[in-house]
Design a protein around this ligand. Structure first.
Ligand code: ADP
Ligand code: NI
Length: 216
């Protein structure tokens, strides 16, 4: 039964994410699901069904993929309503999806271990080698430069600046990606983040060394 529900959810998510290539694609969702289940197993806590469902659905209401956040939330709501699962489970899945985003999760404390695990898995996919690839894919789509030394690197940006301000993909490392390691909830994710974090630091060192021609 649960297997059928998971499969139906996979089909729905594949269809909804369609041909998005900006980092919110099916493969991202699949990695988040895999990492979330791995964390669940390692930590020995959390309900794997809730975790897998929330991981699969976590990007469905994203405002970048919908006309508005309300439309996205509505889409998630009607899909969940169509499934033969209990009201409490549905509400839990919806709550996780609606609260784990960086902006939401940054300010509000997560309420369940399932939410913490899915958030960790999503954050792990934003750092390391995959994270580096996703930043430039997303930045390119947005039409944002790789880097611009004329724009100051600021570690604390307001939400408005973060959304609309002039930024570059390299700036995004300082605005968000280098902060994620210290925001993780579980020990398993923190351990997994170490190497990924070091990769990003090494990448940035090399990037600036090449940019500034220090090797010449
Ligand atoms: P998610 O929904 O997966 O938690 P986001 O929607 O914030 O994450 O971002 C999706 C991907 O796009 C991430 O890999 C993130 O690093 C990247 N990204 C988000 N905002 C920017 C930006 N301003 N510049 C470059 N990359 C970005
Ligand atoms: Ni995501």
């Amino acid at each position: 039964m649960k297997k059928n529900i998971i499969e139906e959810t996979e089909r729905f998510v594949r269809k909804e994410l369609g041909d998005d290539v900006t980092g919110h694609d099916w493969f991202h969702v699949d990695r988040v699901r895999r990492n979330a289940l791995h964390i669940c197993k390692q930590e020995g806590k959390g309900d794997p069904f809730i975790i897998e469902m929330a991981a699969l659905l976590h990007d469905i209401p994203d405002e970048k993929l919908n006309e508005s956040m309300e439309k996205g939330e509505q889409k998630l709501h009607s899909f969940l309503e169509s499934l033969p699962i209990g009201t409490i489970a549905k509400a839990h899945i919806k709550k996780i999806v609606n609260t784990i985003s960086f902006k939401g999760g940054h300010t509000s404390k997560l309420e369940t271990v399932e939410a913490e695990i899915v958030q960790d898995a999503d954050r792990l996919d934003a750092i390391g080698a995959i994270g580096i690839a996703r930043v430039f894919a997303f930045g390119g789509k947005k039409g944002q430069p790789i880097y611009d030394p004329g724009i100051q690197i600021r570690r604390e940006m307001s939400l408005e600046e973060y959304r609309n301000g002039k930024s570059t993909s390299i700036h995004h490392f300082y605005e968000k990606l280098l902060k994620l390691r210290d925001l993780l909830n579980t020990k398993t994710a923190k351990d997994m983040a170490e190497e990924r974090h070091r990769m990003m630091e090494a990448f940035l060192d090399q990037f600036f060394s090449e940019w500034n021609g220090r090797e010449l």
